[in-house]
Design a protein around this ligand. Structure first.
Ligand code: ADP
Ligand code: MG
Length: 444
């Protein structure tokens, strides 16, 4: 490879990506990257922060490898420089100037800290983003938007950020609100004619943590006030973190609000895999002074799989029982105590990669061996990506393990395929139907 080829390899990569991601994604993630230097062996690029680096490697490592020089392990040879951001010095609010109105003082739950948060592949990215923001509020992504199903730890992370900022940035003013309490505060303020005071108060915050933004839907009168506060803070580089049960685009909110929320980092939290659930069970039971043998922890984790709050409920119940009874804890006893909590008729139906391959091969009319192979033929590559997408959606196992069942692919290839298909099925009706068909065949 010639030196000028390395440089044009990078330009070609950028062009290639531009045609394959949304304009917003390109603007947010790719456009800020600067090429600093290139030689025969490597390129050096500057990224605004660690998240852009992670984004690039998580999503495009293999594509980058096609365009750039390689390291001995086959990874693209990129040296990352993290830009040092210049941030205007925040004028600290003068507390005597700003009279504190009657704002819901939501106290932070002492148990919801980063230390008590168990990491796994389903939440690692969100956790590191949350931690990055807590460590340097207003200096990385703004806003951070965390979405995911009920009981997966969104509120826990939001409080963790609050604790961390209170402890490490003592001068910064943090407020944690639920969307409902924000609305109630506005109503009260309107009633007591103190709405200006309230507005002023919110605009002095350094970090605003907003829980459950979905409750702002269909509250048109409040949405505008919310959006104004939101923009005022963002314009001053104040940190905002939002949680929601849906991604921004699926919320029934104004375009202006959705665009604002999408501007920073939108991070998804999914259901923790089996090992992570077991780790959560061990951690939670230890803090309650309860000793749950491994085998029982696995037994519970296999039966309660889509909600950590329910897992906690199960531990509380076991803990109460173990205090009253002296019976030895075994699967039978545990099942009796927890029977109503166990979902469906038994453990989650175990689906194998082979079943997925078989069904994808049938619907997409390709061979299983082709899906597992290396061919880049368009139809085969699509079938392979659909199979990877479904494997990540339907199989309760670590990404690494799933990826290796596809003829030794890496977990970033799997994530890349998953993201690509998730995006495509939003837009492509035929593909969506095909994927649904495969899914139904597997489930039956
Ligand atoms: P959400 O806001 O997503 O509905 P919460 O943050 O309220 O969920 O979490 C529900 C319960 O599960 C909380 O008690 C929280 O501590 C616990 N929890 C969720 N995820 C984790 C995790 N990864 N590690 C430890 N505890 C967790
Ligand atoms: Mg919550």
């Amino acid at each position: 490879m010639l030196e000028c080829d390395v440089k044009s390899g990078w330009t070609q990569f950028i062009e290639f990506i531009e045609n394959r991601c949304s304009a917003a994604e390109f603007q947010n993630w790719i456009a800020p990257i600067e090429l600093i230097d290139s030689s025969l062996e490597k390129i050096t690029i500057q990224v605004p922060n660690i998240f852009v680096k992670e984004y690039l490697l998580d999503n495009f490592k293999e594509i980058l490898a096609d365009f750039l020089p390689l390291q001995s392990n086959g990874d693209p040879a990129i040296v990352f420089q993290i830009a040092v951001e210049e941030k205007p010095i925040l004028s600290m609010p003068n507390l005597h100037e700003v009279e504190e109105p009657a704002i819901s003082q939501l106290r932070l739950n002492p148990l919801y800290t980063f230390e008590n948060f168990i990491e796994g592949p389903s939440n690692q990215f969100v956790k590191s983003a949350a931690f990055g923001i807590a460590a340097r509020p207003g200096k990385s992504y703004n806003p951070l938007f965390i979405h995911g199903g009920v009981g997966l730890g969104k509120t826990h992370l939001l409080h963790s950020i609050g604790h961390y900022v209170q402890e490490h940035h003592k001068k910064q003013k943090v407020q944690l609100i639920t969307t409902e309490s924000f609305i109630n505060d506005i109503v009260d303020a309107l009633r007591s004619k103190s709405i200006d005071k309230m507005k002023r108060y919110y605009r002095t915050l350094d970090v605003l943590l907003i829980d459950d933004i979905q409750f702002l839907q269909n509250r048109l009168n409040f949405e505008e006030e919310f959006c104004n506060t939101f923009e005022a803070l963002l314009n001053q580089n104040k940190q905002i973190v939002i949680t929601s049960d849906k991604p921004p685009t699926q919320l029934k909110l104004s375009e202006r609000m959705v665009a604002r929320m999408e501007w920073g980092l939108v991070a998804h939290m999914s259901i923790p895999d089996l090992e992570t659930r077991v780790a959560i069970i061990k951690h939670k039971s230890e803090t309650r002074g309860l000793n749950i043998p491994n085998q029982i922890a696995f037994f519970i984790a296999e039966h309660i799989y889509n909600n950590v709050r329910q897992i906690e409920g199960a531990i509380n119940r076991l803990s109460a029982h173990s205090r009253l009874m002296s019976t030895q804890m075994n699967e039978e006893v545990v099942e009796k105590i927890l029977s109503e909590m166990f979902q469906g008729n038994g453990p989650m139906k175990r689906i194998s990669v082979e079943e997925i391959l078989k069904s994808v091969a049938a619907v997409f009319e390709v061979r299983i061996s082709e899906i597992k192979g290396e061919s880049r033929h368009k139809e085969i590559a699509l079938a392979r990506q659909v199979a990877m997408y479904l494997a990540k959606e339907m199989i309760d196992d670590s990404l690494m393990k799933i990826a290796s069942s596809f003829g030794g692919k890496t977990h970033s290839t799997l994530l890349h395929a998953w993201k690509k298909i998730s995006d495509q099925i939003q837009m492509n009706e035929t593909l969506r139907k095909q994927v649904q068909m495969v899914r139904r065949n597997i489930e039956n």
